[in-house]
Every structure is written in C-alpha cells, then in structure tokens.
Ligand binder design. Structure first.
Ligand SMILES: [Fe+2]
Length: 133
C-alpha cells in the first residue's frame, strides 16, 4: 500500500496550512489503510467522510487566508479547490458503493498526487505571499 508522507518539500512556510496538510495526509493514509485491510464498510465510510470533510474545511481556511490578504491568485486557486472537491467526492463515493476496486484505488492515488503537486506549487506560492504581507 502506498503511504503518503509529509516531507520538507511540502512545507509552505505557513504554520496553519502546514499543520492542516499534515493532518490531511494522515486522513488519506487512514482511508488507504481501511481499503487495503479490507476493513468493514462502516469503518471505510467513516474515513471517506472524514477525508471529504477535512478537505472542504481546509480549502475554505486557505481561501479565507487569501481573502484576508487580498491574494491575487484567489479566483484560480478557488476554482482548483472546487474541482478537486468534486472529483474527490466522486471517487470516494464509488469506493463506498463498489468497494475499493483496483481502478478506483488507482484513481484515488492519482487524485492525491494532484493534491501533492498543488501543495508544492500553488500552496507554496500562497505561503510565500502570506509571509511577506
Ligand atoms: Fe490550496
């Protein structure tokens, strides 16, 4: 099973964002664990719900921070978040209904890589901006 790790390359320099990214990665790992250990449906659904809620909450925190400092990249960043949440919901709903098939787990892992890439680029830009404003 792939396990994600919060490494230095993911640090944005903003303590709140970094803390939430750490927890987000933990939530992802919990879901992957529940999938690979063939845990019961209710335990898997719980981790699915937690991950979706956490992502929603974290994204809205990031958007609040951007609003507060009049971040020029907010519209594009928000559009990314909206799309991301929608796709995450779709993938995790399929996992919840049909179980963690290889295809859906592949889709989930791909979608997590998209988030990691977003953290390394867009969230880092945001962290730098927050630090100088
Ligand atoms: Fe973000």
């Amino acid at each position: 099973m792939v396990k994600y790790e919060f490494t230095k390359s993911l640090e944005t320099g903003n303590a709140i964002i970094d803390k939430e990214h750490r927890e987000l990665i933990q939530a992802v790992n919990k879901l992957l664990e529940a999938c690979s250990e063939g845990k019961g449906r209710s335990s898997m659904d719980e981790t699915i719900q937690f991950l979706n809620n956490y992502v929603n909450q974290h994204f809205s925190h990031e958007e609040q921070l951007q609003k507060q400092c009049s971040y020029p990249g907010l519209p594009a960043h928000r559009a990314f978040h909206e799309n991301y949440k929608k796709t995450l919901k779709e993938i995790t709903s399929k996992i919840s209904v049909s179980g963690p098939t290889i295809i859906e787990l592949g889709n989930l892992n791909k979608h997590i890589s998209v988030l990691i890439a977003h953290i390394k680029t867009e969230d880092k830009k945001l962290g730098a901006f927050l630090n100088q404003s």
